[in-house]
Design a binder for this molecule. Structure first.
Ligand code: 13P
Length: 252
C-alpha cells in the first residue's frame, strides 16, 4: 500500500524564530493525535533544518529541505549539499520545483544530478513536475510531464526509485488560487503512474506516492484527495497557516 503524504513547502518564508514557533505549534497539535495515518513533512528553508531535529517528534512530523546542490562538496559558494542536509537529520528534499526551474533555470539534466546526489546521501526526494498554462492550452501537458520524468528520474535504478515521491504541480495553479479540477489532477496522476509502470513495472507504480500541488486549501482538499491516484498534497501558502495545514492533513 502506498503512503498518503502531506508535505508543506514553506518556500522562502519564516525567519528562525518564526519557524521554531510555527513548527513547535504543529508539533504540539499532532503530538497526541493517534488517528493521523498520513506522513506529514515540513520542507523548510535550510536555516531551520538543524533545529527541527531537536524540536519535532519525527514519528509524527518529518522534515526536509527545498533544494540541494548538484555536487557533493567543494568550491561551490552558497550551495548546500545533500549530504549536509542529511546530516541535520532531514529525511526529504524537494527537487525540481517550478520556481527553481523558472527563476534559477534548473533543467532536467541538473535536476537529475541533484536527485542522484540526494539519493546517494540517503535522502528521499519529492520530485516536482508540471506544465505551464501555455503547454496545457496547446494540449502538450502530457508530453511535457513525460519528458520531465524521463529526463529527471527514469535513469534511476529500481531500488533508488523507491526513494522517490512524485509531486504533480501544474504551474498555472501554484500560488494563483486556480486549482486543477479533481478530474484534471486524477487524469495526470493516472498518466504518471502509467509512465512509472512502463519503466519500473506494476508493483513500483502502485507503490509510488503521487502528490498534487497548486492552491490546495481546506475547501478543495477533500475533493482532490478523494481521487484514486492522488496520494496527498504538496502545500505552499496554506502550509504557513496552522489551521489550514492541519485541516488539509485531516482531509487526507
Ligand atoms: P501554493 O499551495 O501556494 O499554490 O503552492 C504550491 C507549491 O508550489 C507547493 O510546492
Amino acid at each position: 500500500m502506498r503512503k498518503k503524504i502531506v508535505a508543506g513547502n514553506w518556500k522562502m518564508n519564516m525567519d528562525l524564530e518564526e519557524g521554531i514557533k510555527f513548527a513547535g505549534s504543529l508539533n504540539e497539535y499532532f503530538k497526541n493525535k493517534t488517528d493521523v495515518k498520513v506522513e506529514i513533512i515540513l520542507c523548510t528553508p535550510f536555516i531551520h533544518l538543524a533545529v527541527m531535529k531537536e524540536m519535532l517528534n519525527q514519528k509524527k512530523l518529518a522534515f526536509g529541505a527545498q533544494n540541494c546542490a548538484s555536487e557533493d562538496s567543494g568550491a561551490f559558494t552558497g550551495e548546500v549539499s545533500a549530504r549536509m542536509i542529511k546530516s541535520t537529520g532531514a529525511r526529504f528534499v524537494i527537487i525540481g520545483h517550478s520556481e527553481r526551474r523558472t527563476y534559477y533555470h534548473e533543467d532536467d539534466l541538473l535536476l537529475n544530478k541533484k536527485t542522484i546526489q540526494a539519493i546517494n546521501s540517503g535522502l528521499e526526494v519529492i520530485f516536482c513536475c508540471g506544465e505551464v498554462i501555455k503547454e496545457r492550452d496547446q494540449e502538450i501537458h502530457f508530453a511535457v510531464v513525460k519528458k520531465q520524468l524521463e529526463d529527471g528520474l527514469f535513469n534511476l535504478a529500481p531500488e533508488d526509485f523507491e526513494k522517490i515521491v512524485i509531486a504533480y504541480e501544474p504551474v498555472w495553479a501554484i500560488g494563483t488560487g486556480l486549482t486543477a479540477t479533481p478530474e484534471q489532477a486524477q487524469e495526470m496522476h493516472k498518466y504518471i503512474r502509467t509512465l512509472v509502470k512502463g519503466k519500473y513495472g506494476n508493483e513500483t507504480a502502485e507503490n509510488v506516492s503521487i502528490l498534487y500541488g497548486g492552491s490546495c486549501k481546506p475547501s478543495n482538499a477533500s475533493e482532490i484527495f478523494s481521487k484514486p491516484d492522488v496520494d496527498g498534497g504538496l502545500i505552499g501558502g496554506a502550509s504557513l497557516k496552522k489551521e489550514d495545514f492541519c485541516a488539509i492533513v485531516e482531509a487526507v
